[in-house]
Design a protein around this ligand. Structure first.
Ligand SMILES: Nc1nc2c(c(=O)[nH]1)N[C@H]1C(S)=C(S)[C@@H](COP(=O)(O)OP(=O)(O)OC[C@H]3O[C@@H](n4cnc5c(N)ncnc54)[C@H](O)[C@@H]3O)O[C@H]1N2
Ligand code: MOO
Ligand code: MG
Length: 404
């Protein structure tokens, strides 16, 4: 059977090829940038006053002068003024251009202004003695005009949108979002608003999947198909025609009503793999259509669905969108774990941060891959490699964090 790492690489070789689109600045939140954003001006674009106070010539101060005649006010948003005569000063406001001729700011906290004369009354400021260049944010110290500020593949969030706004990007070129359909299958599954009969359960997997996809900015549509070969074929055919990707749950194992793999192949979706040497989530099925559409058919047991979503589907979508893979997270086992079968084992864990900087993983074995209430306490799944059955306290392994 296929190893976890081989299955993962197969999925990553069949990424969705998504076009770009231009969206308005605010609609770009959470999206993936597909153009490099450069500074249109220096950052800051002029010698910027960084504190409210007076702008003086340091040479006057160094020569012993402590009282300066105030010749005017330079506010933010006004054209640059000039400090002409020795011994004078301009009141200046944070964000203003530094007046020509001035080179040092003394804050209001350090001066007193009486009858148009500003006197320096505090020599040792909380920032140290008054010095040449003090409280000035010199032009181009942060970035220069033409510098690349954000590269292709940047995920746009609050800081990125602020920088984009400051360089005049009222629109941004981003990766178009894939059209994704989430399909639950199973005769036993009823709507969340229904009261289940004794042999029925409410469906939950597609709600979990939709909520997880929102973390990538994707809004999928939710569908349900009963365990009937004809209805399944017709339903999946329609959804394949109108979506870039289908994520199914259930119907992929060995049961009499597990029609999903055969139906997908009948519809021309080429199987890349079915079944991985892992627990949970063994019967995962993955395929692509000739027109470049992708199908993940996840095992229906809810914990398997969750594991497959975080271990395969979200990393697949992330990279398809043009993002770098998520940083790998490790944690150390807080309790020993034994797992005999020779396959990769994913164990739900709760994570704690210790004072010494370590992250500890506390096992939450639960009662198996249908025990999804157990995941309410979990922060992720720890991945234990095959060919080993005893895992000791303090041993470090990768953790696939879930969204909480
Ligand atoms: N003889 C074998 N039986 C099973 C095997 C096997 O290898 N040989 N594999 C087991 C494993 S492992 C898993 S995982 C499950 C996978 O089952 P399916 O993908 O075929 O899923 P279903 O049979 O449709 O349902 C399984 C289980 O999950 C519940 N379910 C399904 N969809 C939802 C949903 N949307 N929301 C909530 N719960 C859902 C369903 O009611 C079943 O209880 O097969 C084992 N069997
Ligand atoms: O893969 Mo199944 O997940 O163990 O129940
Ligand atoms: Mg089944």
């Amino acid at each position: 059977m296929l190893s976890v790492s081989d299955a993962f690489s197969i999925t990553q070789q069949q990424l969705l090829s998504l076009p770009t689109e231009t969206v308005s600045l605010l609609d770009a939140n959470g999206r993936v940038l597909r153009e490099a954003i450069r500074a249109d001006r220096d950052f800051p674009p002029f010698n910027r006053v960084a504190m409210d106070g007076i702008a003086i010539r340091f040479a006057d101060y160094a020569a012993g002068q402590r009282t300066f005649r105030v010749i005017g006010i330079q506010r933010a948003g006004q054209p640059q003024q000039t400090l002409q005569d020795a011994g004078t000063c301009l009141e200046v406001m944070t964000g203003a251009m530094l007046p020509i001729g001035a080179d040092t700011i003394a804050r209001y906290e350090e001066i007193r202004i009486v009858d148009g004369q500003a006197s320096i009354v505090v020599e040792n400021t909380p920032f140290g003695p008054i010095q040449m260049g003090m409280h000035i944010h010199p032009q181009a110290t942060d970035r220069r005009a033409g510098d690349e500020l954000m590269s292709v593949g940047t995920r746009l969030g609050p800081s990125e949108l602020a920088v984009a706004a400051s360089v005049g990007q009222s629109t941004l070129l981003v990766t178009a979002l894939p059209r994704v359909a989430l399909v639950s299958t199973g005769d036993e599954l009823v709507d969340v608003a229904s009261t289940p009969l004794p042999y029925q359960i409410r469906r939950s997997n597609t709600y979990m999947l939709q909520t997880a996809l929102v973390s990538l900015g994707i809004q999928a549509t939710l569908h349900h198909i009963v365990d009937d070969e004809e209805q399944l074929e017709k339903g999946l055919e329609d959804l394949l025609a109108t979506n870039d990707m289908l994520i199914l749950s259930g119907g992929v194992s060995a049961g009499k009503a597990d029609f999903v793999p055969d139906t997908l192949e009948k519809l021309g979706v080429q199987k890349h793999f079915h079944k991985i040497d892992q627990r949970p989530g063994k019967p995962l099925w993955f395929g692509t259509s000739p027109s470049g559409k992708t199908v993940f058919a996840l095992p229906g047991n809810p914990v398997s669905t969750v594991l497959c979503a975080y271990r395969y589907v979200l990393p697949y979508l992330r990279v398809s969108l043009g993002l770098a893979p998520a940083p790998i997270r490790y944690a150390q086992l807080a309790e020993s774990v034994t797992f005999k079968p020779n396959m990769t084992y994913f164990l739900p864990v709760r994570l704690t941060s210790e004072m010494d900087g370590r992250t500890l993983a506390h096992p939450l074995p639960g009662s198996g891959s249908a025990d999804f209430a157990n995941l309410l306490a979990a922060d992720g799944f720890m991945e234990f490699p095959p060919n080993q059955s005893d895992f000791g306290v303090g041993d470090s392994f990768q953790v696939w964090e879930t969204i909480r």
